[in-house]
Design a protein around this ligand. Structure first.
Ligand SMILES: *Cc1c(COP(=O)(O)O)cnc(C)c1O
Length: 389
């Protein structure tokens, strides 16, 4: 697609590599780099290429995401984090993907696939439900499941893993409950000398657990968000560098008279003659509409009042508020009369401009959501520019 710089994100691959290296140094374990949902909007293929040396394995959510990486020439093992539907067994074998597995139907289908040049044994990682309760084999039933899986000759139980429900909360007590259940199972497997694979790997830690629960590191950690330099909670136990900057440009600058409104619904009314600029970005690009201001106007004693602006952007090195409703393709901001702003100027939605900075955590909080959601909403029409190229 040809792009003309209306809005774009800049992705610093060096920062992602530095974050991966810092995480590896801190944990001393192997790294399963989570690059699902197009690497949280950063571009899965580019991120996989950048992390090819340092990551033991990549993890994605879907078979399609795995195929995209294979077709781009990524040779490392690729884990599918969610047990895929059994009908995808052929594709999994054909592309040499490593599925999470939590049910017998998929196991059987994988074992049955006839493929001429397929590898002898098909690696799987067994998903253990220790209390997240959205997927996985219940921890009390996992040993029986593993025993049964061993009867399928073409499968190789390469990994066993679980996932935490609350590792990003200040109170880690439930994460320790899950850890205890997982450890009991592992002890049980060892006790019965149930060698489920000679090269088996045990893993549990998402970013939050990687950063704050050393006991959860096992053979490998499985971070996503922190690779991109973003923290899953307010705790910042190690320095990470944000990798993404989101920019747009000014498409219109104007004055509106006192009492006039802007954008759909005219939800912002100018109290005085006001200078405004329109940015070439909107919710059609994934910029959250929740950053609009003043969904209702209160008329009290002939005074128009607005709810405070929910979003802010950086322009000419300063913070300026969003006014009115964010449109599909446009966002209005209020300027000061003295601001040196004209058509074509850059504005920053997430990131730094001169001495000012708006972090993704701030944007997420203002939009009443989480950074993961902001990142994965950035739409296809926002160009991705990489550094280094
Ligand atoms: C998304 C995901 C991760 C990574 O989570 P982060 O919070 O981004 O580190 C790890 N494991 C599983 C099973 C996931 O779904």
């Amino acid at each position: 697609m040809t792009t003309f710089s209306r809005t774009w994100i800049e992705i610093d691959l060096t920062a992602i590599m530095a974050n991966a290296a810092a995480i590896k140094a801190q944990t001393g374990t192997r790294l399963i780099a989570v690059i699902k949902a197009d690497a949280y909007g950063h571009g899965a293929v580019r991120v996989a290429q950048a992390l090819h040396e340092i990551a033991e394995m990549f993890a994605v959510a879907t078979v399609e995401e795995g195929i995209e990486l294979r077709e781009a020439g990524i040779r490392k093992p690729i884990l599918i984090l969610f047990s895929p539907l059994p009908e995808l067994a052929e594709a999994i074998v054909a592309y040499q993907l490593t599925p999470a597995i939590d049910n017998w139907q998929l196991a059987q289908r994988l074992n049955e696939v006839e493929q001429v040049d397929a590898v002898e044994r098909r690696a799987v990682h067994v998903d253990i439900n220790t209390g997240m309760n959205r997927s996985g084999v219940h921890w009390t039933e996992a040993k029986a499941f593993l025993d049964r899986l061993k009867t399928l000759k073409r499968l190789e139980i390469e990994g066993v893993f679980t996932h935490f429900a609350t590792a990003d909360e200040t109170d880690n007590s439930y994460a320790y409950v899950q850890l205890e259940r997982f450890s009991l199972l592992l002890a049980n497997l060892v006790e019965e000398s149930l060698s489920y694979s000679s090269t088996h790997i045990v893993h549990a830690a998402n970013s939050a657990a990687t950063l704050t629960i050393p006991e959860a590191r096992f053979d490998a950690v499985r971070p996503g968000l922190s690779l991109y330099g973003i923290y899953p909670s307010t705790e910042k136990p190690m320095p990470l560098q944000p990798a993404l900057t989101w920019k747009t440009r000014v498409g219109w600058v104007g004055w509106i008279e006192a009492g006039e409104g802007v954008s759909y619904g005219l939800t912002y009314r100018a109290p005085n003659r006001t200078r405004v600029a329109t940015l070439q970005v909107g919710y059609g690009d994934g910029y959250p509409r929740a950053l609009s201001n003043s969904l209702s106007i209160v008329r009290r004693e002939a005074v128009l009042r607005h709810t405070p602006s929910r979003g802010e952007v950086l322009i000419a090195g300063k913070r300026r508020p969003i006014i009115g409703r964010i449109c599909m393709d446009a966002t209005l901001i209020q300027l000061e009369p003295s601001d040196d702003v004209s058509i074509g100027d850059e504005a920053v939605l997430i990131g730094k401009q001169r001495d000012a900075e708006i972090g993704i955590d701030e944007v997420a909080a203002r939009a009443n959501t989480i950074s993961y959601h902001i990142l994965t909403q950035i739409s296809r029409r926002v160009a991705r520019n990489y550094k280094p190229l």
